[in-house]
Design a protein around this ligand. Structure first.
Ligand SMILES: Cc1cc2nc3c(=O)[nH]c(=O)nc-3n(C[C@H](O)[C@H](O)[C@H](O)COP(=O)(O)OP(=O)(O)OC[C@H]3O[C@@H](n4cnc5c(N)ncnc54)[C@H](O)[C@@H]3O)c2cc1C
Length: 192
């Protein structure tokens, strides 16, 4: 006999979980308090105008591929990488920065405001890549029922990252970059 599951919330998390469970043989009911599904991933349309209420960046496409594989479905759209990913307009100095994945092209825009941007950026990316890889399974993708279980997991993270875990993100960014523009732009990327 298949088990019944109730999922509270039809955001993308609830919907994805529901489909995974249905494909594994569970009977799923979703309860949603709003009149339409989607949660924060939604749109408000009025007077011919439409506004995204939340996500606009499509990142970590491998998560979607894993999801489709788990659910044995085909992703019903194609995605192509963007280059530049997006632009940042700094109002005070009326400058537009193009956020390229190509670090050399990205760096060229900082020539006159951030000395050695490319070297600093590569150092920063290498460090943050290591932190991501060392925490993604241990901390990021796990669910914690108590602060205690969260702290236990943090204690298993490679101690080399401890100084980073104990400071604010802005502090880390300001240690790596000196110009206001670079600091603002890099800290925005970190949000993702
Ligand atoms: C402004 C903004 C920009 C973002 N930009 C990006 C982006 O560019 N890229 C990206 O990947 N992510 C982005 N995100 C994050 C992304 O939107 C969320 O991580 C994702 O939508 C969360 O999905 P969720 O299902 O976990 O939660 P939610 O979308 O919050 O869904 C929760 C659902 O549960 C329902 N609910 C809650 N309580 C109850 C209850 N008691 N009974 C019944 N229903 C209930 C809610 O109505 C809602 O539908 C952004 C978020 C915001 C706010």
């Amino acid at each position: 006999m298949s088990k019944n599951v109730i999922i509270v919330g039809a955001g993308i998390g609830g919907l994805a979980t529901a489909l995974r469970l249905v494909k594994s043989g569970y009977k799923v009911k979703i309860l949603e308090k709003n009149s339409q599904a989607g949660g924060r991933l939604n749109r408000i349309s009025r007077d011919g105008f439409s506004f995204d209420t939340g996500p606009s960046f499509f990142s970590m496409s491998y998560e979607f591929e894993n999801f489709a594989k788990d659910c044995r479905i085909r992703i019903p759209f194609k995605y192509s990488p963007l280059e530049p990913l997006y632009t940042v307009n700094i109002i005070n100095n009326a400058k537009t920065f193009f956020i390229y994945k190509n670090v050399r092209k990205l760096s060229e825009q900082f020539n006159d405001i951030e000395p050695n941007f490319e070297i600093k950026m590569m150092k920063y990316l290498n460090k943050t890549e290591k932190v991501f890889n060392d925490t993604v399974d241990l901390v990021i993708k796990r669910n914690f029922d108590s602060i205690f279980s969260y702290l236990i997991s943090l204690m298993q993270v490679n101690p080399i990252h401890l100084p980073l875990l104990l400071k604010s993100f802005w502090k880390e960014v300001t240690n790596n970059f000196s110009s206001r523009e670079a600091r603002q732009i890099i800290s925005l990327v970190a949000f993702f």
